[in-house]
Write a protein that binds this ligand. Structure first.
Ligand SMILES: *[C@@H]1O[C@H](CO)[C@@H](O)[C@H](O)[C@H]1NC(C)=O
Ligand SMILES: *[C@@H]1O[C@H](CO)[C@@H](O)[C@H](O)[C@H]1NC(C)=O
Length: 778
């Protein structure tokens, strides 16, 4: 049979929580068995009542948990039956407790479900009422008035209800009717009432039998022989002031405290009034705790009390006068609870580690809390630190489940020491705590992350093959394989760029190597992406973009574009009119450098000159200008070696020879040409065409002269023929008159005229100050 929560008496609050929330709470099974059954008695079928498959029983780690010292029950895993492991005596286990219930729990494996099992031990009438002594002596003075009462021994029957003591009967007699009385605690006891005056001389002794009976079936009973002695008139027995002394003592009452003082009176005088007190019935244990002063009747505490050990002590005391007379009384000491026991915490199930992705509500441990005290002193509150992602859920009875209540993150907290504290409600309250260590297991929940959002690196061109270019690093806060990172280059943003032949990455270290030597003049930057992937399952990855800038190195010498270097032995010639003023721009050296920046910043200087100081060159412009007016002594042909140098480290340079001819006009240049020895300077097409043009113009000029001469000669011969004949002229060839040397002489005279005028600096003839070397010819 199965019933539900019964344990809610003083734990109403807890039970309220428990009923409402916690799923683990599975309820309670209730069995009832009679006491005095032997070992192996079938209590019930646990498997059936918990709806567990027999097979599951052992697999799911079902076990019994009892906080008591002895295990009274055992589970048969094959049949699912619960058996007793020993003979069960209700009176031995529960004593005076009316309802005798044995509680234990069945904990089902990993789910940490708890089922409470209550086994009620029902009473059988196995005990008869029993007096602590078989004989009782009563001494009553013959002068005692009718109506006086004399308490009788009490009988004990540890059984319950109708099986317990029901009443007393006294054997029939004519003097003493039986009178029933009730103590302050509600227990009944019997008294002997004196019905009529006694007369010792008539009847000195009365023998009675008191029978105590219970209500069992069959009825059991116990008897005591009562011997009443009638005393002489002057002979009085001592009489206790109370028939039963009942005292409540706190369990923490200090040693030496007086528990109660027994008091008896004796109407006699003299020796008969010297009363002596003593225990006549006391357990060995009680005799150690309680000390009775035989003279004063004072009972003091000789040892500490313990409510948890025993809640009540019953003793019989006797008072004796100097003679034969005595009285008896009962002393009952009730021990009251004091909060002297801290709650106990027991771990009944525990797991040492949970994966970090466990959902809230995952059970970590199952705890049982108990307190040996009673009532409020045994009410216990359990707690865990609120800043931890855990909470305690009230489970069945005094069980608590420690569960997660938030998401866990191993990367934040790898392990917890969870302190569980149990505090009772006593005054002052006591508490106990224990630490539950918990390891959080890693889940691959973090992708590797690069330390920078993007990487830029620089590499000097002409690097060594295999040189490490730079390294990048990603971090993964996970653990073990989940944080083992492999790097790879995934793609280049340059279309058709065979990145793999240029760069490679060490998959473990993240160091990038250059597989080839880069040329800044070929490409200046490379974009690509690097992926970092962890070793988890499934793996997580992230990528980062990388830009690699190739840095320029001064690996290109300046290249001179103009004047162009000699290709066929001819050379360029620059014209500078003799009349040029200082600062006249003769020509400009043009050069370029394939490098960039400083490495391409060119400077020009004159390395060598036929006439030092005649020309200057602009340091950065490359413009060759005259530095002073030309003099007659200046050579016609000036050769300048120009050095073009870049600003790299170290600098690279190129040189060119510029030939400058000091001439005012093209014909002059032409005449000079013959005298100009093969120059080292190169010749451009432009110069070539210029020369051809000059030659053509010259030819026209010669033809014109020849025609002119021929016309003159003819006029002259006509006149000579008229005068003298023409013989002389036939002997001299025309060529000897008007050969090249003749033309040269003609040109010379021209030049001479011009140089005279330029020297004077006042000529408004000749060339304008412009820079055209092919200025109009006169
Ligand atoms: C106990 O005895 C009384 C009177 O004999 C009876 O009425 C009552 O039902 C009994 N109780 C039990 C539990 O047997
Ligand atoms: C938990 O306690 C143990 C023992 O005192 C200690 O070694 C460990 O470092 C603690 N762990 C944490 C996470 O505090």
């Amino acid at each position: 049979m199965t019933t539900f929560p019964q344990d809610c008496k003083m734990r109403a609050v807890f039970c309220f929580i428990f009923v409402n929330i916690w799923q683990v709470v599975a309820g309670q099974i209730h069995y009832s068995i009679p006491e005095e059954t032997g070992k192996g008695y079938l209590v019930g079928n646990i498997a059936k009542d918990l709806k567990l498959e027999i097979k599951e029983l052992s697999h799911r780690g079902v076990r019994l948990f009892s906080s008591g010292r002895t295990q009274h029950f055992a589970l048969n895993y094959k049949s699912g039956h619960l058996y007793t492991t020993e003979r069960i005596d209700r009176e031995e286990i529960c004593g005076w407790v009316e309802k005798c219930v044995l509680n234990f729990e069945i904990i089902v494996g990993e789910s940490m479900k708890v089922y409470g099992v209550r086994v009620e031990i029902t009473d059988i009438n196995d005990n008869a009422p029993k007096f602590h002594s078989e004989k009782m002596e009563l001494k009553i003075s013959e002068l005692t008035l009718p109506g006086s009462q004399f308490p009788l021994y009490e009988a004990q029957d540890p059984d319950l209800g109708n099986n317990s003591l029901q009443g007393y009967k006294l054997s029939s007699n004519s003097y003493f009717p039986l009178n029933m009385q009730t103590t302050v605690n509600g227990r009944q006891y019997a008294e002997l009432l004196l019905g009529k005056p006694l007369d010792r001389e008539e009847e000195a002794d009365h023998n009675l039998v008191l029978t105590a009976y219970d209500g069992g079936n069959p009825v059991r009973s116990g008897t005591v022989q009562i011997h009443v002695m009638v005393l002489d008139a002057n002979d009085n027995p001592p009489v206790f002031s109370q028939h039963i002394y009942e005292v409540n003592l706190r369990e923490d009452t200090s040693i030496g405290t007086t528990a109660v003082t027994l008091k008896a009176t004796d109407l006699d005088e003299g020796i008969n009034k010297e009363l002596k007190y003593s225990f006549i019935k006391i357990t060995a244990k009680a005799s150690q705790i309680f000390h009775l002063d035989s003279n004063t009747g004072e009972i003091t505490l000789a040892e500490n009390l313990d409510y948890e050990d025993s809640t009540r002590y019953e003793m019989e005391a006797q008072v004796h006068d100097g003679g034969e007379l005595f009285d008896q009384s009962k002393v009952i000491i009730f021990v009251t609870d004091v909060n002297d026991n801290a709650p106990e915490l027991m771990i009944t199930s525990i797991i040492n580690s949970v994966p970090e992705n466990s959902p809230p509500g995952t059970a970590i441990a199952l705890l049982k809390v108990q307190d040996q005290d009673s009532a409020k002193n045994a009410e216990v509150m359990c707690s865990v630190p609120s800043n931890f992602p855990f909470q305690l859920m009230k489970s069945y009875g005094s069980y608590y489940s420690l569960v997660t209540n938030r998401a866990l993150d191993r990367e934040q907290v790898m392990a917890y020491n969870i302190t569980v504290t149990a505090t009772d409600h006593g005054t002052p309250s006591l508490s106990t705590s224990l630490i539950i260590p918990l390891q959080i297991l890693d889940i691959n929940d973090n992708p590797p992350l690069f330390r920078q959002s993007s990487y830029v690196s620089y590499l000097l061109e002409n690097n060594q093959r295999g040189a490490s270019v730079f390294s990048l690093k990603a971090d993964d806060p996970d653990w073990g394989e989940n944080s083992r990172i492999t790097y790879s280059i995934i793609k280049s943003q340059m279309a058709d760029f065979p990145l793999s032949s240029f760069l490679s990455i060490n998959s473990e270290t993240g160091i990038i190597y250059a597989l080839s030597s880069f040329d800044y003049e070929e490409f200046r930057e490379i974009h690509f992406q690097v992926k970092a992937q962890d070793g988890g399952s499934p793996p997580l990855s992230s990528s980062v973009s990388v830009t690699l800038f190739i840095l320029d190195q001064n690996d290109n010498a300046p290249e001179i574009l103009y004047p162009s270097p000699p290709t066929d032995g001819s050379t360029g010639v620059e014209l500078a009119p003799r009349s040029s003023e200082p600062g006249y721009l003769v020509t400009k050296v043009v050069a370029v450098d394939a490098d960039s920046g400083q490495n391409a910043w060119l400077s020009y200087q004159l390395l060598k000159a036929t006439e030092p100081g005649l020309f200057t060159i602009g340091l950065h412009t490359g413009e060759i200008r005259t530095a002073r007016p030309f003099l007659d002594k200046d050579a016609l042909k000036q050769s300048l070696v120009v050095l073009v140098k870049d600003n790299g480290q170290p600098p690279l340079s190129a040189s060119v020879t510029v030939t400058v001819v000091l001439a005012d006009s093209i014909p002059e240049v032409l005449t000079d040409l013959s005298s100009v020895s093969a120059p080292a300077d190169p010749q451009s097409d432009l110069t070539f065409y210029l020369v051809v043009a000059l030659a053509f113009v010259s030819c026209l000029f010669f033809t014109f002269l020849l025609v002119l001469l021929a016309l003159r000669l003819r006029r002259w011969r006509n006149s000579r023929l008229c005068d003298s004949g023409s013989l002389n002229f036939t002997e001299v060839p025309v060529s000897q008159f008007v050969g090249i040397s003749g033309a040269q002489a003609f040109l010379h005279s021209c030049c001479h005229d011009f140089s005279l005028t330029t020297d004077s600096q006042k000529s408004n003839l000749g060339f304008p100050k412009g820079n055209s070397p092919s200025s109009p010819v006169k």
